[in-house]
Write a protein that binds this ligand. Structure first.
Ligand SMILES: O=P(O)(O)OC[C@H]1O[C@H](O)[C@H](O)[C@@H](O)[C@@H]1O
Length: 426
């Protein structure tokens, strides 16, 4: 399902020298003995998840889909990136599913929110408000605006039926509000942090609303759980990736560029950035997670990667089989001189662009490339991929010697903002 190829990674020591350390960290993850060990609920989630809740997620998704045309997913960071990544990766950027998914709660941009208000004003919409803490300001502000709109246009009863809250099981402002208003509630488990939560209700409800098979997704994650429950670095590709990126970090590359060749995977890259960025960017350490979509960005960032300062390595995430394909047509006049491609598929051209780029970046530009290939992109493989990166991330960050599961630095801007806004107590 997923293959890691390090033949272009330019590692200057033998990866096998990390074998013992990796076996030690593997035990630490599975026996929950490392820093942040109360946030390891994602490790066994694909086998331990709450089946009753997933049944409720599917039932609510079915009934709500009959009633609405647009679902507003109201969350930020880990409370929306995974769902967005899945929905776009699987359904594409111009999906044909009945319910359109839009994202609010991820910004204070007034123009963006006002335009969404205008866009949904004559549509039947519902809201999935998602917040583990229940107090995130971006999410709360957007939710207040669209909740008021829904209540005013449809009345309280309809609004309460069309609002679904995903939050802590016991505490927080959102939990209190959801109880009072009688919203359908789903839970963010205590032992799973936001960036590891896509396979909980946080991701699964919006994903189900987009018409995607969540059982298949969990099956993919379970197969990955089995596959990567393996302490041996030499046969565990998730760990190989986790180690290789730290080796490159040590070799003097402080930035990692996640590269895909599918536009609809740009939010997989955003999800990946939060996963790695928030997990390891602390104590003055960590690889900067950056991303690009090729060949699009070869026409913008390509120059820098090829000949600019040697600060980055690339992690090229390839999808073997595209969901859809089309042929380049033949043309009698051939004025564009493109007949040499006639009859070839566009994906064939994309694959050649990838091959040529890796060669140019690695062998001419001197840029190390880690290659990760996934068979195809669907619900099953998405679940599998999520688990692969989560396991790689935990290993990689423990190897760096920091706690992967907290994010103390995120509070600093919040405190300043609250003070400036005059929030009581700040
Ligand atoms: O789910 P919430 O509590 O609203 O949090 C949403 C996001 O914002 C926070 O500031 C954290 O940095 C993220 O890790 C989190 O995913």
């Amino acid at each position: 399902m997923i293959k890691v190829d390090l033949s272009h990674a330019k590692l200057n020591e033998d990866i096998a020298s990390y074998k013992d350390k990796v076996a030690e960290i593997h035990e630490m993850i599975h026996n929950k003995t490392g820093a942040g060990n109360d946030f390891l609920g994602w490790v066994d989630l694909p086998t331990q998840y709450d089946r009753e809740e997933v049944a409720r997620i599917k039932a609510k998704a079915k009934s709500l889909s009959e009633e609405i045309d647009v679902l507003l997913v109201c969350g930020i960071g880990g409370s929306y990136l995974g769902a967005r990544a899945a929905i776009e990766a699987i359904n594409g950027l111009y999906p044909t599913q009945k319910v359109e998914i839009l994202y609010i709660g991820n910004t204070f941009s007034s123009t963006y929110l006002a335009q969404i208000k205008e866009y949904v004003k004559d549509k039947e919409f519902g809201i999935n408000v998602i917040s583990k803490s229940g107090t995130t300001t971006e999410t709360s502000v957007a939710f207040r605006i669209f909740k008021e709109m829904l209540e005013q246009t449809k009345g309280k009863e309809v609004a309460s039926r069309r609002i679904v809250a995903t939050t802590d099981a016991h505490k927080g402002a959102l939990k209190t509000l959801a109880d009072k208003e009688g919203y359908e509630e789903f839970v963010v488990p205590d032992d799973i942090g936001g960036r590891f939560s896509v396979l909980t209700a946080v991701g699964l409800f919006p994903i189900a609303m987009a018409g995607i098979d969540v059982d298949e997704m969990m099956k993919g994650a379970k197969d990955a759980q089995d596959k990567y429950n393996n302490a041996d670095l030499m046969t565990n590709d998730a760990y190989k990736y986790g180690v290789a990126r730290q080796m490159l970090n040590k070799q003097g590359y402080p930035a990692e560029m996640f590269v895909t060749y599918e536009l609809q995977l740009s939010n997989v890259a955003e999800w990946w950035k939060q996963l790695f960025g928030e997990s390891e960017g602390k104590e003055g350490k960590g690889v900067l997670p950056h991303s690009a979509v090729f060949s699009t960005d070869l026409h913008s960032l390509g120059q820098f990667i090829q000949e600019g300062s040697k600060v980055l390595f690339e992690t090229v995430f390839k999808v073997e089989k595209p969901q859809l394909d089309l042929e380049v047509p033949s043309d009698e006049d051939n004025l564009d001189n493109l007949n040499y491609l006639a009859g070839k598929t566009v994906d064939y051209v994309n694959k050649k662009a990838c091959e040529g780029t890796i060669d140019a970046h690695v062998n001419v530009g001197g840029v190390p490339n880690i290659e990760i290939t996934i068979d195809e992109m669907n619900a099953y493989s998405f679940g599998y991929m999520v688990y692969f990166f989560e396991k790689a991330c935990a290993l990689s960050v423990y190897l760096l010697g920091v706690n992967p599961f907290n994010q103390p630095g995120v509070e600093v801007y919040k405190k300043n903002m609250f003070k400036l806004l005059g929030k009581p107590g700040y």
